[in-house]
Design a protein around this ligand. Structure first.
Ligand SMILES: [Zn+2]
Length: 693
């Protein structure tokens, strides 16, 4: 490898990532796995541990030399290798390293990972090869060399040009990052013709049909061939190789007028699911991500049915695991699982393959942004597809204990799938649908991609661009959603209905009398109703105060009032006679996250009104606020967030008046338990019955 120092610093050493060392005995990755004693241990985990202890895996670095064959001093720390240069590499200068190394490829059956091989039903192999060479670590302007060991967090690497030659038996079909340089040597004339037809096809065309693949899979190779690839300005290089690949492809024209190829390679085990959904899912990704982020920049995106766990992404090459059952049937979960994972892994071409965020530190910057867009793409693909990270899906999970903020280093995530993926996706959905609006969000999101394509953004670069390009202050939102583990729970606690004091003593006296008459009376007063009192029996005991109640108005009161009103401005006098209803709504923030209060008010005449209150209402008091609603109508009911936009975790306190929670109860009865006498002395029939119970 040739390394060019594009930094302004003199580099006296280089760091390389030895990802395979994760599988060496005593690697930090292995030793930092805790195995809680729960009375059980899976067969698979026990086999994995023994396999790693065998010492058969991880890199064997035989030699590291410069271009003249001179050995260079190295030091290996866990999954990182430092190579000391004979003299510091000046800015703009370049140097070459030659590394002689080998490692054993893991069997997917024994240790499922991001790169492995498997033996298929017809006995032919299927390889997915990635993280297969010592990769140069990133040297950054914000943190120098990124030397963090490989525990789980994916790599922090930089862009490079690749020239790769892979020697395989001639029966194999390959797919890889980059552009095949010698198609006339490794593809048949028919295959090349089909590829050309696929460029303008309206649906995927077979480049290798299932029948041809079945034949290739079992045919004896009589020679070896070299597949030669070049890739420019990509972070990484991966490839897939199998003699039994079925291959389909369909061209797609990007908005900027280029033809890019969507293609899928899979063994017979992937059928009938793969030929139906993999390539169309890639096309969907081109479309949705092209619109929301930027046009796909590379000549192809390829989806491989690989022997790995779930899915994994590389530039231009996505590895995806889902397969139908052996009998060709598949569940709803597998179907949408395949479409979803293809979109997700192909979507990673944008994050982090183009927008090159540091995965080893900030998992959410690629997984979260990608999960947000893959849900948009999945929803555009099929309305029946189950969405997983709508705000309401996150609401309850965000109340659970033992969470870490999104802004936590990747390896320290407790529940990656929630914190790094779904919560970020839900947060971005709330920004887009509720806080910023689609127009402002979409512009800012594209601007982020435009600014940071083929560069290395930090979290603040994303936050800053979203604010800067939209003109919307998001500090409150980012602080709560990205830096805390609070959740959303806004409660409508109390409503007070007020009307304005007219300052007319007669009107006010009448109002007070009516209030008193309508006020609920105590049980004692109710039971004493009609009781004969002393003043009834002896009327001489009644005087002036029995004839004039406490609200009686004196002429002097009227004069004082007239004087006071006369001093008011005409507009002030008008307001005294307003007669409107003034509703004071008391809200409390029980979850901790400040959010807009999305009110929907229903009036007595059946009409409804949306009254969103911005999140800034919480700026002077983060736990309690009161909002005044002035209306000539009578409010019948009020709801907060009726369209489930904000991930409010407790909807029972969102309604006035409160609504019953509806649920279904299952009736049950206890199953009879046999005692020991019955078990020992009972007949065989009884035994069978009790087992069946
Ligand atoms: Zn991902």
């Amino acid at each position: 490898m040739r390394y060019e120092n594009r930094s302004p610093d003199r580099l006296s050493y280089l760091w390389l990532q030895l990802d395979q060392n994760r599988f060496k005995p005593h690697s930090t990755s292995q030793e930092s796995l805790s195995d809680p004693l729960a009375g059980r241990l899976s067969y698979a985990r026990l086999r994995e541990m023994r396999l790693i202890e065998s010492g058969d895996f991880g890199y064997q670095i035989k030699a590291v030399t410069d271009q003249n064959g001179k050995a260079l001093p190295t030091m290996i720390t866990d999954s990182m290798m430092r190579v000391d240069l004979p003299q510091p590499l000046a800015p703009g200068a370049s140097t070459s390293l030659i590394i002689d190394y080998q490692y054993n490829i893991l069997s997917a059956k024994e240790l499922s990972n991001r790169t492995a091989y498997e033996i298929l039903q017809d006995g032919s192999p299927n390889y997915f090869i990635s993280m297969w060479y010592p990769r140069l670590a990133a040297y950054t302007d914000y943190g120098g060399w990124i030397t963090k060991a490989f525990l789980y967090g994916e790599p922090a690497i930089d862009f490079a040009d690749f020239d790769v030659s892979i020697t395989v038996p001639e029966t194999f079909t390959l797919a890889a990052t980059g552009v095949l340089q010698n198609p006339d040597k490794v593809l048949s004339r028919t295959q090349r013709q089909r590829l050309e037809q696929a460029e303008t096809a309206q649906k995927p065309l077979f480049i290798i049909t299932p029948d041809e693949a079945a034949e290739n899979a079992v045919r004896q190779a009589d020679s070896e061939v070299i597949w030669h690839y070049k890739a420019e300005n990509v972070r990484d290089f991966a490839f897939a190789a199998a003699p039994g690949f079925i291959w389909d492809a369909q061209g797609y024209e990007t908005a900027d007028g280029r033809m890019v190829m969507a293609q899928s390679l899979y063994p017979a085990e992937g059928e009938p699911l793969w030929s139906r959904y993999s390539t169309p899912a890639i096309i969907q990704t081109f479309e949705t991500y092209g619109r929301m982020a930027m046009d796909y920049p590379w000549p192809h995106a390829t989806s491989i049915n690989a022997p790995i766990r779930s899915g994994m992404e590389y530039p231009m090459l996505a590895a995806n695991a889902p397969r139908p059952e052996k009998d060709g049937t598949y569940s709803r979960r597998t179907k949408y699982g395949l479409i979803g994972v293809v979109i997700h892994e192909v979507g990673h071409n944008w994050f982090p393959m183009i927008v090159n965020s540091d995965e080893r530190h900030w998992l959410w910057m690629d997984e979260g942004l990608n999960s947000f867009l893959d849900e948009l793409a999945l929803a555009e693909f099929d309305p029946d597809a189950p969405l997983r990270s709508e705000p309401r899906d996150l609401a309850e999970r965000m109340t659970r204990p033992n969470q870490v903020p999104i802004m936590t280093q990747s390896d320290a995530y407790i529940n990656r799938g929630i914190t790094g993926y779904a919560k970020v996706s839900a947060a971005l959905t709330i920004l887009r649908e509720t806080v910023m609006g689609r127009e402002a969000f979409d512009f800012a999101f594209r601007e982020y991609v435009r600014r940071w394509a083929f560069k290395r953004p930090q979290p603040a670069d994303f936050f800053r661009t979203m604010e800067d390009a939209s003109g919307i202050d998001l500090d409150w939102f980012l602080r709560g959603w990205f830096y805390s583990t609070d959740h959303v729970d806004i409660s409508l606690d109390q409503i007070t209905l007020a009307t304005i004091d007219t300052k007319n003593p007669d009107v006010e006296a009448e109002w007070k009398r009516a209030q008193k008459a309508e006020a609920p009376r105590s049980i004692t007063l109710q039971r004493d109703e009609g009781m004969e009192r002393r003043t009834d029996r002896e009327p001489h005991l009644r005087d002036f105060y029995n004839a004039h109640d406490e609200f009686t108005v004196a002429p002097s009161d009227r004069k004082a009032s007239e004087k006071l009103i006369a001093k008011l401005e005409p507009w002030e006098q008008e307001l005294l006679a307003l007669g409107s209803n003034l509703y004071f709504l008391d809200f409390s923030n029980k979850g901790g996250l400040v959010m807009p209060i999305l009110l929907e008010i229903t009036y007595e005449d059946g009409s409804t009104e949306k009254r969103p209150i911005p999140a800034e209402i919480w700026r002077s008091n983060q736990s309690h606020v009161t909002k005044l609603i002035i209306t000539d109508q009578t409010i019948q009911s009020i709801s907060i967030d009726p369209n489930l936009e904000t991930a409010d975790a407790d909807m029972t306190n969102n309604h006035w008046p409160r609504k019953p929670v509806e649920t279904r109860l299952e009736l049950f009865k206890r199953a009879p338990q046999k005692n020991l006498m019955q078990k020992l002395e009972g007949g065989a029939d009884d035994e069978a019955k009790s087992n069946g119970g």
